[in-house]
Design a protein around this ligand. Structure first.
Ligand SMILES: N[C@@H](CCC(=O)N[C@@H](CS)C(=O)NCC(=O)O)C(=O)O
Length: 216
């Protein structure tokens, strides 16, 4: 499989983790998102994904977009290890956690949104950072509360095995730290991420070890 992505794209990071967890061999194709490059807007890439967003997964002659749809495709084609519990109630709870991150927090902090706030809207750096931190805090406060209720062992967001919720949490925590958000108010989320980041599938998916990682 080929994964079109960028090292610090959190949506790509989710898919890297899922591919690694399932032991799938994959090849990265770099789509440079830097404002000076914007490879996602090139006609070649838009031909692949008219939304101009990464990640894009290629499996044979099929093209898949949207990180959660990609991960559910992987879940259905490579069921082990399962990232969703079997029971419908539990599946819904795990999906709700994943969607809280991928649909409620992440889109507000996407690079395209932040760039638009800067130009043409003209917001300065500190104001854009305040926007970012606000939506992280609002989302993480709720997730911290939910994790206290739903984590089975303080090492996973839901229950005591790795789920789709964990696959979404770690990249969002990476992003929050990258933007210098204060994550001290979320000790449960930090403990969960510390455990998950130590697992090989997560460690090998980390932005800093990707071939396109830029020096800090
Ligand atoms: N809902 C999409 C979001 C994808 C997304 O926002 N990707 C970002 C990188 S994390 C992107 O391609 N940004 C480029 C842009 O906005 O121009 C998914 O989960 O795949």
């Amino acid at each position: 499989m080929k994964l079109y992505g960028y090292f610090r794209s959190s949506a790509t990071y989710r898919v890297r983790i899922a591919l690694n967890l399932k032991g799938i061999v994959w090849e990265p194709v770099v789509v440079d998102l830097r404002a000076t490059v914007q490879a996602q807007r090139s006609p070649e890439f838009r031909n692949l994904n008219p939304e101009g967003l990464i990640p894009v997964l290629i499996d044979g002659d099929r093209t898949f977009t949207q990180s959660l749809a990609i991960i559910e495709y992987l879940e259905e084609t490579h069921p082990e290890p399962a990232l969703l519990p079997r029971a419908p109630v539990e599946r819904a709870q795990v999906r709700a956690l994943a969607l809280a991150i991928a649909c409620d927090i992440s889109p507000l902090n996407n690079s395209g949104v932040l760039n638009y706030l800067r130009s043409p809207l003209g917001l300065d750096g500190p104001t854009v950072n305040a926007w970012y931190a606000h939506w992280i805090a609002r989302g993480f406060e709720a997730l911290e509360e939910r994790s206290r209720r739903l984590s089975g062992d303080g090492r996973h967001l839901y229950g005591s095995t790795v789920t789709l919720a964990d696959v979404c949490l770690v990249p969002q925590m990476f992003n929050a730290r990258r933007f210098n958000c204060d994550v001290t108010p979320y000790p449960t989320l930090r403990a969960i991420c510390a455990h998950l980041e130590s697992l090989p599938a997560f460690a090998q998916a980390a932005p800093e070890v990707q071939p396109d990682a830029a020096p800090a």
